[in-house]
Design a protein around this ligand. Sequence first.
Ligand code: AMP
Ligand code: MG
Length: 281
Amino acid sequence: MTSTSEIAEALRFRAGDKVADIDPEGTPGFRGSKSDGAAAQSDRSARLAELQEMLYANWKAAEDSRSVLLVLQGMDAAGKGGIVKHVVGAVNPMGVRYTAFGKPTPEELEHDFLWRIRRALPPPGHIGVFDRSHYEDVLIVRVHNLVPPEVWGPRYDEINAFERELVDGGTTLVKVAMFISLEEQKKQLLERLDDPTKYWKYNPGDVDERSKWPQYQEAYQAVLDRTSTDYAPWHVVPCNRRWYSRLAVTELLIRALESFDLSYPAADFDIAAERKRLLSS
Ligand code: AMP
Ligand code: MG
C-alpha cells in the first residue's frame, strides 16, 4: 500500500505560508492515485477506530481525561460534511461529540463568542468535532463587518489564550483549514442543484458569498498567520480531491491520538478469580 506517513507533516502551516499559493488540487505527502488512496483509507480508518476505542477505554477504565478536538473550517462545499460522514463516521459514535456552528441564536449573541464553543467541548475520553467553530467569529464576522474591528480584532489573541487553556487541560487540537478552488466550489454547488437528494445542502446565500472570495482568502490568511501556534497549529488541506482530504484528516487524527501513546487498560480485577466465579455462577 502507498505510504501515508508523510501527509500530516506536509500539511502543517508554516509561518510565511500564503493562502494564495495553496494548490487545492494538490495531494501533499501522498504520491499515489485515487485508488491507492481508497485502499489506504480503509486501512487507516480501521487504525483510527482502534485508537479512538483505546482513548475511550482509558477514560472509562482508568480516568484518563485526555481528549481530541477536531476543528473543521472551510468555505461552503469544501467537504466538511464529507469529513464528518466518512472520517468521523468510521469511529464509534459513543466517543464522539459533534457540533455544527451556524449563525448564532439570539441567546448565543447575548454572550461572549466563546460561550457556545465552551459548551460544546469534548468530554474526557472523547473526540470533539467542530463543523465550523470559533473561527467564524474572525471569518464571516470580519468579512461582513458583523461587529466592528475593535471587537473582532482582539479575538485572535482571545482565541490563542482559549486554546492554550484547552491544551493545558488535556485537549489536543487538530485544526484543519479546508481549501477548494472557486471553480470546484461552483461544480459542487451545481451538483446540489442537479440532484434532488442534495437540495437540502443548497443555500442561495452561498452564491452571494462567492463574490467575497478574495475577502475570505484574506481573512483565512489572518487566521493562519495569527492563530497557528506551536501548541495548536493549523493544517492546510487541499480539498478539490475529496478522497485526499478525507485521507489527510484521518492521518491528522491518527497522529494526534498516537501522540497519546495509548494501549488498552489493564484489568483492575483478578482475572482468574473472576473466571472461576463466573463459571460457577
Ligand atoms: P452551514 O455550515 O452550511 O450550515 O452554514 C452555516 C452558516 O452559519 C455559514 O454561513 C456560517 O458562516 C454561518 N456562521 C457560523 N458561525 C457564525 C457566526 N459566529 N456569526 C455569523 N455567522 C456564522
Ligand atoms: Mg452550507
